[in-house]
Design a protein around this ligand. Structure first.
Ligand code: GDS
Length: 208
């Protein structure tokens, strides 16, 4: 039996970083897919703390908020730094990933047609911050010398952005190398190449 269960729509969305992390940590995940029709009935929504998915279960622990899930798994699987100092920096970087993810989600769901050009033009201003921080660290990870949940979170968001704009990492050698190295980690590679993962669209409205 797999210790973890995720309930979500049939999209990559806010579960992809978590799936990448669990795969890389050799953990199995049971997935309950919810259709938008089923969701529309409202019964499941009523049981969700914020009225939204994903829902994550670890035994009798039930969690909402995708970033809380990443942190929980980071603590459990040694992907949250080796001391408080590293953990604080990991939080700082993952919160930065969340800021950019929210901008990305706004583009996708609210202004794709009108805002894409301006978004891509401004993207380097955001990516340069991650590039600079990671380049200073030398280990190939955001913080310390070990992978953390912030790395999985950043990796997932960079993959989405490469789909949005295939050249967006060309001027960021550290991030480019990071994406290549992460993609080549055997368990991540296997996940990214699996049919179950590949068939999921990135977002719920078909835009990417
Ligand atoms: N902060 C939460 C997390 O990190 O877990 C966000 C969870 C969330 O947004 N879940 C969405 C959901 O359950 C699916 S992700 N929606 C159903 C509902 O609300 O009833 N989210 C903002 C964000 O992720 O920060 C969104 O913009 C989602 N979009 C992304 S999909 C709308 C439509 O028709 O477009 N009814 C639904 C769009 C929507 O939920």
């Amino acid at each position: 039996v797999s210790p973890y269960t995720i309930t979500y729509f049939a999209v990559k969305g806010r579960c992809s970083a978590l799936k990448i992390m669990l795969a890389d940590q050799s953990q199995t995940l049971k997935e309950n897919l919810v259709t938008f029709d089923e969701w529309g009935k409202g019964d499941l929504k009523k049981t969700c703390v914020y009225g939204q998915l994903p829902k994550f279960e670890d035994g009798d622990l039930v969690l909402f908020q995708s970033n809380a899930m990443l942190r929980h798994l980071g603590r459990k699987h040694g992907a949250y730094g080796k001391n408080d100092h590293e953990a604080a920096h990991i939080d700082m970087m993952s919160d930065g990933v969340e800021d950019l993810r929210l901008k990305y989600i706004k583009l996708i769901y609210q202004e794709y047609e009108t805002g894409k050009e301006a978004y891509i033009k401004d993207l380097a201003n955001h990516l340069s911050k991650f590039e600079a921080f990671m380049a200073k660290n030398k280990s190939g990870f955001l913080v310390g010398d070990k992978i953390s949940f912030a790395d999985y979170n950043l990796f997932d968001l960079l993959l989405n952005h490469k789909v949005l704009c295939s050249t967006c990492l060309d001027t960021f050698p550290t991030l480019k190398k990071f994406v290549d190295t992460m993609s080549a980690r055997p368990k991540i590679k296997a996940l990214l190449e699996s049919d179950d993962f590949k068939k999921l669209p990135i977002n719920g409205n078909g835009k990417q």
